[in-house]
Structures are given as structure tokens and as C-alpha cells.
Design a protein around this ligand. Structure first.
Ligand SMILES: Cc1cc2nc3c(=O)[nH]c(=O)nc-3n(C[C@H](O)[C@H](O)[C@H](O)COP(=O)(O)O)c2cc1C
Length: 393
């Protein structure tokens, strides 16, 4: 057993993260926006779905493997990109290692704290995620850097609407971890000695920079400096998405699709995959849970592109529900971040093991031998559950 100890559910990982992390870092992971309607619905919607299990004639062996964006993965769960800093000194490298150890793919945010070269070296199944920020030349340079590092797919996230208020208060995060900031945040750090010790052992303080957004080998911009440039960048059109997809040439995902009309436009832009997602409820509050929007999108474009889902996945049975409604795989956000905070690489592996165990139990109960056999008939779906968005044109 690792020194941090095994945990049995994602809820326990979250409790440990809350105990271990300074308040401002923990609240940056919880995130959510405005009233938190979307963030709450993301998990509540899974609880509305039930199962219709069998009692005998069950399958002794269950296969959880699949493929996504050309990558063979051992379970239909992979890492969603999160631009978040200071959770653990090994950050996204630990996450990438854990995903590799469990046979699945990693997605790295361009706002992440570790360089793509280190992350792709830790997991050869790394997808690089970009926002539409900076000029076309800068976008291409960033993308080519990721390709040279070994990234095997590109994810473009374009659902961000710069919503930043939260009724429960936003964390106060310094621009840079300089002496002034360290003194200001010292009480938080002292209250969380194990977190402080983890960083102290590396001889570094969290540097709060975005190394994947540096230009021409220059210094990494600060997280907020990079955010400022993004806010000033003209917003992408569908032609821009198609252009970037052309530039990349390989497997390409558009993340954040919630409507059937947008899913169709994404197909027209030549994408390989879409993620039905509301950015973990961190975006336009009042957007329903992606699991509600999934069935209509699968009906419309499921035969043409790979449809994955992210938002609200906390257990293996959530994964099975998403697959039964037509997702090819799901991506994890907060669940692995809490695992990372609770136990570094081991904690992320623990979360992936929880997912695998839960998927296997649900498959057993439902009488299936493979994740590919799941269908809506396995579920109890209350009337009015679906939200068919953007069906009119
Ligand atoms: C702290 C935090 C930071 C995030 N940063 C990014 C990001 O940089 N790029 C991105 O595409 N999505 C980002 N997301 C969204 C996640 O990729 C994912 O869509 C979401 O977390 C899924 O919901 P879940 O947390 O309920 O699993 C972030 C989410 C969180 C919680």
C-alpha cells in the first residue's frame, strides 16, 4: 500500500484533497460557475439513471478495452485536460504516468503546469489540448511543438465564455509565486503541512506558469498573463476550426459540443471526435449535464465521428451509463485531480482502478461480456431526462 493509503471511492479522494490542499488550490479544483447549476446537474443527472440487472446467465469475463482517436485503451476512460496549478509537484507528469500504467490516454491542457515534452515522454498516448489564443502563427507553432514532442492527437476546446463569478467565492490565486505572494499565502500553506512538504522536497515552490504557451523557446508566461492574451484573441469561426484541423492532419477532437447543430458543423469541419461537455459546469451556468444532451447527438452524428463525454463522472457505473447512451468513452476531470492531490501518481492510479472496478461490476450485473454490448435497454431512463438541444436546423 502506498504511504498515502488506498481509497475506495472518488468521494474519499475528494475528502483527502480537501484536507491536504491549501484552501485556494482546493477551491480552484472544485470550480463551477455562477450558481453552480450546471456543476450540480452534471452529477445529479447520473443519479437519475437506473440499471436493469440480470440475475443468472452472467458473463464470467468482461472486456473493458476500446479505442479512441486511434489509440487502443484498456478501459473506456481517459484523462481530460485541466489547466490547474500547484496540486502536486509532479503535476501532469504524474497523471500521465498513472494513465500509462493503467493503459489509457492522457490529455494535456495548454494551460497545464508541465511541458508537453515531459508529459508525452511519460505517456506515449498523449493528446494536446489548445484554446483559440494568440495569432494563427502562434497556434501552429504551439501545435507543432506538441507534435514534435510526440502528441498523437489534438483537442480544441472552444466552449469557454470567460464566466468567472461564483456565489460561493472564487479562490484568490497570485499572479506569480514571489516572496510577497508566499508571505500572503503562508498561513494557508502552514495549515496544510503535507502539501507544503511535498513541494519542499522538490526544492521548488509552485511556479504558476504555463510552459506550453511560451513562444520561440522564451520564458513561460504566467498563467494570468496567458489568460489575458486569450481574452483578447478574436473568437474562432467554424472555418477557423476546419483550418486548424487541416493544419494538424491527425486525430482531432472538438471539445465542448452540447447541441446537435454544432455537432453537425463539427462533422462538416472534418473532426475525428467530439466531446459532449459543458466544461465541468465551469462555463455558462444553466447548461444542462452533458449526459442529457448525449443521446440526441449520438443519434445525429454517432455514425460519422467518435462521440465521447465528460462531466460528472465519479464512478464506474457513471461510465457504463454514458456508454449505454452511446458514448464511445468518457474523460475524467475532477476525479483524477482529487486523486492526484490525495496521492500523486498512485492516487490517480487508484481513481482509474475505481473506474475499472465499477465498470466491471456494472457489466457483470447487466449480463454483458464487453463494454461494446451496452445499450439504452440496460438503463432506466426517467421521462424528460433528455435535452435535445439544437435540433431545429
Ligand atoms: C480545475 C479545472 C481546470 C480545467 N481546465 C481545462 C482546460 O485547461 N482545458 C479544457 O479543455 N478543459 C478544462 N477543464 C474541463 C475538464 O477538461 C472537463 O471538461 C471537466 O472537468 C469534466 O467534468 P468533471 O470535472 O465533472 O469530470 C477544467 C476543469 C477543471 C475542474
Amino acid at each position: 500500500m502506498a504511504k498515502t493509503g488506498w481509497f475506495e471511492t472518488v468521494a474519499e479522494a475528494q475528502r483527502r484533497a480537501a484536507k491536504r490542499l491549501p484552501k485556494s488550490v482546493y477551491s480552484a479544483l472544485v470550480a463551477g460557475s455562477e450558481r453552480g447549476i450546471s456543476a450540480d446537474d452534471n452529477t445529479a443527472a447520473f443519479a437519475e439513471l437506473g440499471f436493469a440487472p440480470h440475475v443468472a446467465g452472467l458473463s464470467a469475463k468482461r472486456d473493458t478495452s476500446t479505442t479512441v482517436m486511434g489509440q487502443a485503451i484498456s478501459l473506456p476512460v481517459f484523462i481530460s485536460p485541466t489547466g490547474v496549478q500547484a496540486v502536486h509537484p509532479d503535476g501532469e507528469v504524474a497523471v500521465a504516468r498513472a494513465a500509462a500504467a493503467r493503459g489509457t490516454a492522457m490529455s494535456l491542457s495548454s494551460f497545464a503546469s508541465k511541458p508537453v515534452e515531459d508529459v508525452a515522454a511519460a505517456n506515449p498516448q498523449t493528446f494536446f489540448q489548445m484554446y483559440w489564443t494568440g495569432s494563427r502563427d502562434k497556434l501552429v507553432a504551439r501545435m507543432e511543438r506538441a507534435r514534435a514532442a510526440g502528441a498523437v492527437g489534438l483537442i480544441v476546446t472552444s466552449d469557454w465564455s470567460f464566466s468567472n463569478g461564483r456565489d460561493w467565492g472564487s479562490p484568490s490565486i497570485p499572479e506569480r509565486m514571489d516572496l510577497r505572494a508566499m508571505i500572503r499565502f503562508a498561513p494557508e500553506g502552514i495549515a496544510r503541512p503535507r502539501w507544503l512538504l511535498d513541494f519542499a522536497k522538490t526544492g521548488r515552490v509552485p511556479d504558476l506558469t504555463a510552459p506550453n504557451l511560451s513562444q520561440d523557446g522564451g520564458p513561460a508566461p504566467t498563467f494570468f498573463g496567458a489568460y489575458g492574451e486569450w481574452m483578447q484573441t478574436p473568437l474562432p469561426t467554424w472555418d477557423d476550426i476546419a483550418w486548424l484541423r487541416e493544419q494538424w492532419g491527425g486525430p482531432f477532437m472538438l471539445k465542448g459540443v452540447m447541441r446537435v447543430d454544432d455537432a453537425r458543423r463539427a462533422v462538416d469541419s472534418g473532426v475525428t471526435a467530439i466531446s459532449v461537455s459543458n466544461h465541468g459546469g465551469n462555463n455558462l451556468d444553466g447548461t444542462p449535464a452533458p449526459i442529457r444532451a448525449l443521446p440526441a447527438i449520438v443519434d445525429a452524428v454517432g455514425g460519422e465521428v467518435e462521440v465521447v463525454l465528460d462531466g460528472g463522472i465519479r464512478r464506474g457505473s457513471d461510465v457504463v451509463k454514458a456508454l449505454a447512451l452511446g458514448a464511445r468513452a468518457v474523460m475524467l476531470g475532477r476525479a483524477y485531480l482529487w486523486g492526484l492531490a490525495a496521492g500523486g501518481q498512485t492516487g490517480v492510479e487508484n481513481v482509474l482502478d475505481i473506474m475499472r472496478g465499477g465498470i466491471d461490476s456494472a457489466l457483470l450485473g447487466l449480463g454483458h461480456s464487453s463494454v461494446h454490448d451496452l445499450s439504452p435497454a440496460d438503463l432506466i431512463i426517467p421521462s424528460g431526462f433528455r435535452r435535445d438541444l439544437g435540433m431545429s436546423d
